[in-house]
Design a protein around this ligand. Structure first.
Ligand SMILES: Cc1cc2nc3c(=O)[nH]c(=O)nc-3n(C[C@H](O)[C@H](O)[C@H](O)COP(=O)(O)OP(=O)(O)OC[C@H]3O[C@@H](n4cnc5c(N)ncnc54)[C@H](O)[C@@H]3O)c2cc1C
Length: 389
């Protein structure tokens, strides 16, 4: 028999499934999660860890949606207003907790982020924003050129009017994280099925009885939609509005390179980071100018050349692939999280900044689903706000 101390150690290390104490009012603990992106995989992991019988249904393959095309920066900086900043801050802390639970296999780059602007080109705004986050207690501060060089020795910043270091920020390989979370979920008894596309909902008496899928009807006690941009049409089947804006983002990726960057770099007009496999990932704004590109590859090469203005070792490097991701961007910019108002065994989870938020959302969704607790900080993000118009 396991003694109390070892039992508690095992729980805190995430080494075992914890039996469900409270089954929800509906009875039964079979949960289906639709979508195996960062959100679905984190939710599945957190539920399975608590002992729920989890099945993940994915129409293509794990991490084949927006998650694969994400810059995957983990941050609370640049997040407004304060309640949303706080949620993202909890997101960072939840990544720390996951790191402890999953160990070094989870490859988070805990290096923070540096950002700078030339004098007169947004440097005052950078400092005003920084001071705002400092007032909220964020571990971030102004740095000088010497600090910038020490933190990012491979960076040639050009003229620096103001610079900041956001120490708590991080980045992760989102595809690796999804695969690890799903593997751990499986170790706790979850099933991950793909390719299985959910095509419709079987509703009766205000409850979702089963999903119609390309592999037939799949029944469960509770259903969670975490299907990214695939969520709105599915939710519509239950009469729920999940309004998303159409928004895409292009990233250029190189082949793996020797170590260049220990932290995320925000240069004027370029976001640059190095993934755990050594590849450089960059996006940019081209300093506000709109440019035409004959194809993705040339756009990717232009992004890389833009980044090379600040990281000279990127000069002459060829782009290996270019991704265009569709943001899961709710119409008001904020997460959509909670039970559907009419179909009470249907939970909806759709958000931008989903990489930052995935671990804390997984944690909170498992509380809401398994313990029927309403987590306070999720109150502003309920799906019902759209139903009210
Ligand atoms: C260019 C870009 C940069 C970004 N940068 C950041 C960043 O720096 N930091 C950050 O935190 N966030 C960032 N984001 C946002 C973040 O990537 C997303 O919020 C997150 O990946 C969403 O994850 P998801 O699991 O909800 O969706 P997805 O990853 O899209 O997963 C949904 C899954 O559901 C599956 N699916 C869809 N429909 C069905 C169906 N009917 N049946 C079965 N399966 C289905 C899909 O195949 C997909 O695998 C960025 C996004 C983009 C596009």
């Amino acid at each position: 028999m396991m003694n109390r101390r070892r039992f508690l150690q095992a729980i805190s290390a995430g080494a075992m499934a914890v039996p469900l104490r409270s089954l929800w009012a509906a009875g039964g603990d079979r949960v289906v999660v639709v979508g195996a992106g960062i959100l679905g995989s984190s939710i599945a992991y957190h539920l399975a860890k608590r002992g729920a019988k989890v099945t993940v249904l994915e129409k293509k393959a794990p991490a084949s949606g927006t998650t694969a095309d994400s810059f995957a920066y983990i941050n609370a900086s640049h997040k407004q207003p304060r309640p949303y900043y706080e949620l993202n801050h909890l997101g960072i802390q939840a990544w720390r907790r996951l790191q402890q639970e999953l160990g070094p296999e989870l490859q988070v780059q805990w290096g923070g982020a540096v950002e700078w602007r030339a004098a007169g080109e947004g440097s005052e705004k950078l400092l005003t924003t920084l001071h705002q986050y400092q007032q909220w207690g964020y571990d971030a501060w102004q740095i000088d050129e010497e600090d910038l060089h020490r933190l990012a020795p491979q960076v040639s910043p050009g003229p620096v009017g103001a610079a900041a270091f956001y120490k708590e920020d991080a980045a992760v390989d989102p595809v690796q994280a999804v695969n690890l979370l799903l593997r751990k979920a499986r170790e706790f008894g979850a099933t991950v099925d793909y390719p299985v596309e959910v095509t419709g909902l079987d509703l009766a008496d205000g409850r979702l009885r089963a999903l119609q899928t390309t592999r037939g009807r799949i029944e469960a006690d509770l259903f969670i939609l975490a299907a990214g941009i695939g969520t709105p049409p599915l939710a519509k089947g239950a009469g729920a509005e999940v309004p998303l804006s159409t928004s895409t983002g292009v990233l250029a990726h190189t082949a793996p390179l020797p170590a260049l960057l220990d932290r995320v770099v925000f240069a004027p007009g370029a976001s640059i980071r190095q993934n755990s496999d050594g590849s450089i990932i960059t996006s940019g704004t081209f300093e506000g100018k709109t440019q035409e590109f004959p194809n993705d590859k040339s756009q990717g090469q232009a992004l890389l050349e833009n980044a090379a203005r600040f990281v000279p070792k990127l000069r002459g490097v060829q782009v290996a692939r270019v991704t265009t991701g569709s943001r899961v961007l709710p119409k008001d910019g904020f997460p959509i999280l909670g039970f559907d108002e009419n179909v009470r065994n249907l939970y909806i989870a759709a958000t931008h900044s989903g990489v930052t938020l995935a671990p804390v959302i997984g944690q909170f969704v498992s509380l809401e689903v398994l313990d029927r607790i309403s987590v306070d900080v999720l109150q502003p993000y309920r799906p019902a706000r759209f139903a009210r118009g």
